[in-house]
Design a protein around this ligand. Structure first.
Ligand code: G6P
Ligand code: MG
Length: 219
């Protein structure tokens, strides 16, 4: 008997590629502050909360600022980021994501979003996937960031399932850690070297199916 009852999806990097917009906005901020911020630096921000991302960026620039200044910079970056994501369309859904959500739902699997982003509602609205989830847990409802398990545990609770019956889809190391901390099963999306603690790693959701899920996580 298979025990997988729910799947929890991270948003940025799993369902949509918003990392490029985060990067554009962070780079614009760094340039305004007078230093370069490369794509390699940006890798460190994946899955990390907005304020922690800013701390890392300032670390790269060798800048220290008081908390109130940091708040202002984070808001500035977010305003730019929102400008970009407001223009998103369903064509930016990553390959296979929508099909997988629909197939899982048809097979009785409960679905939740589990993202740190406070912009999740706007993104889901823009790409037309809001109604594909039974629960939405994001940075507005849970502020304790990954690798803490809180986002995923809240999702399981909202869906009414036990953590061990959940599979988390994540592209960030911090996200895989968070799922492990929640005692959930994990599918890493991306680089197997970076996501080496995941139960299984796939390049994307393109060829992932309900039967693969059941096959991988059969007891
Ligand atoms: C996700 C992204 C991070 C981002 C965080 C907060 O975890 O991977 O890069 O910093 O969400 O996003 P927000 O939209 O609230 O600034
Ligand atoms: Mg992510």
């Amino acid at each position: 008997m298979n025990s997988i009852k729910a799947c929890i999806f991270d948003l940025d990097g799993v369902v949509v590629d918003t990392a490029k917009y985060h990067y554009l906005a962070w780079r614009r901020l760094a340039n305004e502050l007078g230093f370069e911020f490369t794509e390699q630096h940006n890798e460190r921000l994946k899955g990390v909360s907005r304020m922690r991302s800013l701390e890392i960026l300032l670390e790269v620039g060798g800048i220290a600022l008081p908390d109130n200044e940091m708040e202002k910079l984070a808001s500035k970056k977010n305003a730019w980021y929102v400008e970009y994501i407001q223009k998103m369309t369903p064509s930016e859904i990553l390959p296979g994501a929508k099909e997988l959500l629909e197939e899982l739902r048809c097979n009785g699997i409960k679905l939740s979003l589990g993202s740190a982003s406070k912009n999740s509602p706007l993104i889901l609205e823009r790409i037309g996937l809001k109604n594909h989830f039974d629960a939405i847990v994001d940075g507005n409802s849970v502020t304790i960031a990954k690798p803490a398990p809180d986002i995923f545990l809240t999702a399981a609770k909202k869906l009414g399932v036990e953590p061990e019956d959940c599979v988390v889809f994540e592209d960030a190391e911090a996200g895989i850690e968070a799922a492990i901390n929640a005692k959930m099963r994990t599918v890493g999306i991306g680089n197997p070297q970076i996501l080496n603690r995941a139960d299984v790693v796939m390049p994307n959701l393109k060829d992932f199916t309900y039967s693969k899920l059941i096959e991988i996580f059969k007891k």
